[in-house]
Design a binder for this molecule. Structure first.
Ligand SMILES: C[S@@+](CC[C@H](N)C(=O)[O-])C[C@H]1O[C@@H](n2cnc3c(N)ncnc32)[C@H](O)[C@@H]1O
Length: 249
């Protein structure tokens, strides 16, 4: 191709690139506007619900601080939270029942949130100093620290369990109790988490997980693991079931 032809071709390509770039900039601006609108709406809804909760508190003379904290976190990170309210007492007690308070070793809790399951574990006889709490959310971490000062608090990602805990645990864990919204993660991640958990636990120790979903949070037929489930707990919002996995000795 002669030089002038090449130049024309080059100019044509440049024009197309400019047009394309202008097009993507418009699309980006449009998407940005939509995101802003969504965030404004979301914040507005959040504030309205919070106001209603406060009115409810005034009317009934009670405080629902944990519910408000939870709701705020849910609006910020719905998939990470996986629930709009903390677990109710019956669900928390059911989770705690699967942990033997007379066992030896630390009891690890993943995603303790505002601490309803932690509280149930302590009430069931697990010494607070045995608790290792792994929580992502810094606000919840501060709250947990004030409520359970004797527990070991780890602010971090529970899906990196091995890295977080392998040097911290000086003896194998007696149980891992999880409030993580496991079903929002790909099965590969869930399987890695439970395998890492079992590597940190004594043989036969329980991995306790609750879920709102109808399906089990991990496959029912897990090679080398035993699985049991509680009745569905209808007195929880939303109703939930507790699943317990063990790797036999
Ligand atoms: C469904 S809430 C359960 C909270 C509490 N256990 C309860 O029963 O009310 C899930 C909790 O897991 C925490 N979480 C979610 N993903 C996490 C992660 N990757 N690592 C640590 N904590 C996480 C959230 O911050 C939240 O506190």
């Amino acid at each position: 191709m002669p030089v002038t032809g090449l130049r024309k071709f080059e100019q044509k390509v440049e024009r197309q690139i400019r047009l394309f770039e202008a097009g993507t900039a418009i699309i980006e601006r449009k998407i940005g506007r939509q995101i802003k609108l969504f965030e404004q709406k979301r914040d507005g809804i959040g504030r309205k619900i919070e106001q209603q909760i406060r009115q409810f508190e005034q009317k009934h003379g009670i405080r629902l601080d944990d519910e408000v904290r939870f709701l705020r976190s849910w609006f910020e990170r719905p998939l990470t939270m996986g629930a709009v309210t903390p677990s109710g007492k019956i669900l928390a007690r059911t989770m705690a029942r699967y942990v033997d308070p007379d066992s030896n070793g630390p009891v690890v809790e993943l995603g303790p949130g505002t601490g309803p399951v932690t509280e149930a574990l302590v009430r069931a006889g697990v010494e607070p100093k045995r608790l290792v709490l792994v929580e992502f959310n810094p606000t919840f971490c501060r709250l947990l620290h004030s409520r359970f000062p004797e527990a070991t608090l780890v602010q971090g990602d529970a899906y990196s369990l091995r890295r977080l805990l392998e040097t911290l645990l000086i003896q194998p864990a007696a149980a891992v109790v999880s409030g993580l919204p496991l079903v929002t993660k790909p099965i590969r991640m869930r399987m890695r988490l439970i395998r890492d958990a079992f590597d940190l636990m004594l043989p036969g120790a329980p991995f306790v997980q609750f879920t709102y979903s109808v399906a089990a949070p991990l496959p029912r037929r897990l090679n080398g693991f035993s699985v049991e489930a509680s009745e569905r707990i209808w007195m929880n919002i939303p109703p939930a079931r507790v699943w317990v996995y063990r790797r036999p000795s």
